[in-house]
Design a protein around this ligand. Structure first.
Ligand code: S3P
Length: 188
């Protein structure tokens, strides 16, 4: 029997379960785990941006610039949160940097259409995990310093939008996924 069959709070989960957190915090892997456990569609905003733009995140940054990437990102977030159906969304690390995105997330939470979970990890763990993948051009130079300053700037922004916070340090993907489910089951 799956977790959703057994727990009323999981059955009553808002339509969109949105994972936020720093780049490398495990949003995509945990998101896939949760989507499978909850039998929901999984949406990765970076992948959605790539299919909308017809090019990779790196190409958008290099040929069109970060501002264009952020516009695609905001559009994708708006569309996903307005969509029918039940989703788990891995929202890319920089989604919270735009106030319109934070407002959109807060409004959807207030109406009960979304719930935002913040996956928190320390910089050393993030640094290890961001070695994988090619979609993080902002970390090409001085990844450690960039991550540290991003973390300082973004921590209050994640705080602003998240209703559930999960510390992921030293936990496997499955353990984080299980922890998220437990916290969601036990929320009031
Ligand atoms: C970014 C995070 C990346 C990607 C882009 C910018 C950021 O996504 O959207 O490189 O500003 O933190 P992940 O959070 O999936 O790494």
């Amino acid at each position: 029997m799956s977790p959703v069959d057994t727990h009323q709070n999981l059955i009553r989960l808002p339509a969109h379960l949105v994972l936020v957190g720093m780049t490398g915090s495990g949003k995509s892997s945990v998101g896939r785990y949760l989507a499978s456990a909850l039998k929901r569609d999984f949406i990765d905003t970076d992948k959605r941006v790539e299919s909308t733009a017809g090019k990779s995140v790196r190409e958008i940054f290099e040929t069109d610039g970060e501002e264009t990437f952020r516009q695609f990102e905001a559009q994708v977030l708006r569309e996903v949160l307005a969509s029918d159906g039940q989703t788990v969304v891995a929202a890319a690390g920089g989604v919270v940097t735009r106030s319109e995105n934070r407002q959109e997330l807060r409004e959807r939470c207030n109406t009960g259409e979304a719930i935002v979970v913040w996956l928190r990890a320390n910089t050393a763990e993030l640094l290890q995990r961001v070695q994988k993948g090619t979609h993080r051009p902002l970390l090409d130079k001085d990844p450690q310093g960039t991550l540290a300053s991003m973390e300082r700037a973004r921590t209050p922004l994640y705080e602003e939008v998240a209703s559930v916070v999960v510390d992921t340090d030293e936990l496997s993907i499955d353990q984080v996924g299980q922890l998220v489910l437990t916290l969601l089951e036990n929320r009031s």
